[in-house]
Design a protein around this ligand. Structure first.
Ligand SMILES: Cc1ncc(COP(=O)(O)O)c(C=O)c1O
Length: 418
């Protein structure tokens, strides 16, 4: 073609084909870190992101993870071939054992399909898309409030998101009555998202007796439970105790989904290691489920990454490494629990107005402080402390050295910025 006949397209002369884009807002959680990184203050403190820090305020690579990595890189028989669509077989088996318990009848009866996914988020997304395609009811109920990404993940997966009451600001505890009423009036078959333990952002979990009532209600209304297990072992320091809710729903023989993340409990955040399990009524159905999950995954990201899953499988299958992991995990959980006590004591000793006992009662990585958005922005401006605007603080980002600074900031926010 004669080049002289090619006239420039109108878009080429007026600039980029993307020039019309409107700037998207930062993610409400990850945006906190963006703002934190820009702050030059030496006393700045990031309590926004849910990532564990040591007493020195540093990210932690578990010793057991270093050992497993060492074994992996020094094993000449390993290669970098693609994993199957469903991921590493050993990893999937061991992940199911970890969450459902080694003696789970559902495992023995081959009623569970487990697929390796991209951490907790990817597991939720694959599960959501599978349900949108193959389950008869498209409505998913999320607790109010919930982890900020849930709504987007499930909406984009093709489900219709509704909420059930969960948190009562007045008591800073569970709105159990509201929860029962909302799930009790949900259309039959609706999907219900449940945080397996360490509810994010509130740090409020049902008691075992309340879990039992929730289970009975869910089963009696033929609702479908979808557990999000992002903190197994991180809440209490005990892997079995933190899986109690999930296991009680498997024990009744009913069906469910469970998304697992190894981000927090093995500190493998950036490796993106997680699993989605679907518990069915029979081995035949479980195998149909697997065949369809592959069709969800293949066009999404083809197959999952190898390295993180190899680390997890190495640790879970070796008794010594597994034991070492449980000790390190308990160490992280205990440090968080001790931060709760220290912050509570610091506020009490300052005479900060209010009842701060929820700080020691909350479970897991976060405390929902009850601070309002104005108080939060005051703390950021005056004290360089970064947290999400809903007043959630990551206890894992605190240390004995930074507790006094946070307590000063909360005290000033409550007494001056209210
Ligand atoms: C409740 C909950 N679910 C899922 C996730 C997903 O985490 P990841 O995708 O990093 O495993 C998180 C992370 O903060 C979470 O708090």
């Amino acid at each position: 073609m004669d080049s002289q006949n090619i006239s420039p397209s109108p878009t080429a002369s007026s600039g980029s084909v993307f020039a019309h884009l409107v700037r998207a807002p930062e993610d409400p959680i990850l945006g906190v870190t963006v703002a934190f990184n820009k702050d030059p203050s030496p006393v700045k403190l990031n309590l926004g992101v849910g990532a564990y820090r040591t007493e020195e305020g540093k990210p932690l690579v578990l010793n057991v993870v270093r050992k497993a990595q060492h074994q992996i890189v020094n094993d000449p028989s390993r290669n970098k071939e693609y994993l199957p669509i469903v991921g590493l077989a050993d990893f999937n088996k061991l992940s199911a054992k970890l969450i459902f318990g080694a003696d789970s009848p559902a495992i023995q009866e081959n009623r569970i399909t487990t697929v390796q996914c991209l951490s907790g988020t990817g597991s939720l997304r694959v599960g959501g898309e599978f349900l949108a395609k193959h389950y008869h009811q498209r409505i998913i109920y999320l607790p109010k409030p919930t982890w900020g990404n849930h709504t987007k993940v499930f909406t984009l997966a093709g489900l219709s998101v509704k909420t059930y009451r969960y948190y009562a600001p007045a008591t800073r505890g569970l709105d159990f009555q509201g929860l029962l009423e909302d799930l009790g009036s949900a259309p039959s078959g609706s999907i219900v998202l449940l945080h397996a333990c360490a509810h994010n952002p509130t740090g409020v979990d049902p008691t075992p007796e309340q879990w039992e009532q929730i289970r009975q209600l869910i089963r009696s209304k033929a609702l479908l439970p979808f557990f999000d297990s992002a903190y197994q072992g991180f809440a209490s320091g005990n892997l079995d105790a933190d899986a109690h809710s999930v296991r009680s729903f498997v024990a009744d023989g009913g069906e469910l989904l469970a998304a697992q993340s190894y981000a927090k409990n093995m500190g493998l955040y950036g490796e993106r290691v997680g699993a989605l399990s679907i518990v069915s009524k029979s081995a035949d159905v479980a195998s149909l489920v697997e065949s369809q999950l592959k069709l969800v995954i293949r066009p999404m990201y083809s197959n999952p990454p190898l390295h993180g899953a190899s680390i997890v499988a190495t640790i879970l299958k070796d008794r010594d490494l597994y034991n070492e992991w449980t000790i390190e995990l308990k160490g992280m959980a205990d440090r968080i629990i001790s931060m709760r006590q220290q912050l509570f004591d610091a506020l009490r000793s300052r005479g900060t107005p209010g009842d701060w006992s929820h700080i020691i009662k909350s479970i897991g990585m976060f405390t929902f402080t009850g601070l309002n958005p104005e108080q939060v922005s005051f703390m950021t401006k005056e004290y360089h402390i970064y947290l999400t605007s809903d007043g959630r603080i990551s206890m894992a980002g605190l240390s004995s050295k930074t507790v006094p600074h946070l307590a000063d900031a909360i005290h000033a926010a409550v007494t001056r910025a209210s």
